[in-house]
Design a protein around this ligand. Structure first.
Ligand code: NDP
Length: 336
């Protein structure tokens, strides 16, 4: 991490690639730990929030300047002196953006988890629909939706890993689903996963669509800003708002000034704010028992957008912020 950005991060400046690691994986001393070869790393919207002055507190620590950025990934254990970790295991956890890393124990990977069977899926799926974004969708949908058959649900940024998982959970629950995204290619994907009303928010007014297709009982907010305003205006009495993210403001200095908050009391709305970590203990076992199998059986579909090599990280981070990603953004670092 080279420089705190103002506005959008700049590839080659905000995050810089400083060449291949020079360690020899066969001989590097482990001192009782284990050596992981990183296979795949996730690129997520919230990483922009970590590119800040460390004196500003937030729910995730700031990236320290001059150190590798880190995020969720899947790695393969290639050597181990730790009796609890076996060579050949695949571990999901928090990795520095490097080719290899040495850890003392699993706790050093923050939320590290040995992945058992892979259900015939690529390991990359375990940073997306079967990883943190899928967990976000599953946990908060279970906890906050209070869904009833026939509910009308609106999902913004519907084509990403969070939104597309929510859409499919809502369809399974018997809802009518309206979803927005920013390109025709994404709209086609939204339709392919069963979205009833898919629209491009750049060419159609969100409020017009919601007025026609609503009122809405549940709003899953990935975006904030004008989408949130439109959802407040088009909400039914007692609607639930699941406040997952506000990417429309991540690259601005201030949050968007929402103009119609009075709808919250006027319509007796309930807003649920959350970060995925607060629901983890309650739902994590259920998630791994249910979701990878549903994905493998095709009951939850997913789309990935892979870049190759650590050198693509800066561009990949920007792509997600700009909406140029075409599915779950990830970096394929190495083959097994
Ligand atoms: P996506 O892969 O969907 O990528 C983000 C998408 O947001 C972009 O592709 C783009 O799609 C859209 N976008 C970007 N800028 C804007 C804008 N100004 N207005 C409207 N849409 C915009 O991301 P994820 O599925 O991984 O994450 C979705 C949301 O969930 C994010 O806000 C993220 O921060 C949040 N999140 C929250 C978590 C929590 O714990 N609360 C955990 C994980 C994710 P498009 O082409 O449609 O514009």
């Amino acid at each position: 991490f080279n420089e705190i950005p103002t506005g959008y991060p700049e590839p080659g400046r905000t995050v810089v690639y400083d060449g291949h690691q020079t360690i020899d994986p066969d001989t590097v001393p482990l001192n009782g730990g284990f050596l992981v070869k990183i296979l795949v790393l996730s690129i997520d919207p919230y990483m922009r929030g970590r590119m800040r002055d460390p004196s500003i507190a937030s729910y995730e620590p700031a990236f320290p300047l001059g150190k590798p950025i880190d995020n969720f990934g899947v790695g393969l254990v290639v050597r181990s002196e730790n009796v609890e970790v076996d060579v050949g295991q695949h571990i999901y956890g928090f990795y520095p953006f490097r080719e290899y890393s040495i850890f003392k124990d699993l706790s050093e990977l923050r939320r590290g988890r040995v992945l058992g069977t892979k259900e015939g899926l690529p390991w990359s799926a375990y940073v997306g629909v079967c990883g943190m974004p899928g967990q976000t969708a599953f946990y908060a949908w279970c906890e906050f939706s209070h869904v009833r058959k026939g509910d009308v649900v609106f999902v913004s940024a519907g084509a990403g890993p969070v939104g597309s998982t929510v859409i499919q959970l809502a369809k399974q629950a018997g809802c009518k689903v309206i979803a927005s995204a920013g390109s025709e290619e994404k709209i086609a994907f939204l339709k392919s996963i069963g979205t009833d009303v898919a629209f491009n928010y750049k060419t159609e007014k969100t409020l017009d669509v919601l007025r026609k297709e609503g009122p809405i009982n549940i709003y899953w907010d990935n975006v904030g800003g004008e989408s949130l305003e439109a959802a407040l205006d088009a909400a039914a009495q007692h609607a639930r708002f699941i406040m997952c993210g506000m990417i429309s403001s991540y690259n601005s200095e201030n949050d968007y000034p929402v103009k119609n908050l009075s709808q919250i009391f006027a319509k007796s709305l309930t807003l649920y704010g959350f970060t995925v970590a607060i629901l983890r203990d309650k739902y994590i076992d259920r998630f791994y028992n249910e979701v990878p199998r549903m994905v493998a059986e095709g009951k939850i579909k997913f789309k990935e957008d892979a870049s190759h090599g650590l050198e693509s990280a800066g561009e990949a981070i920007l792509e997600v912020q700009k909406g140029r990603n075409k599915g779950k953004k990830l970096i394929l670092v190495a083959e097994e």
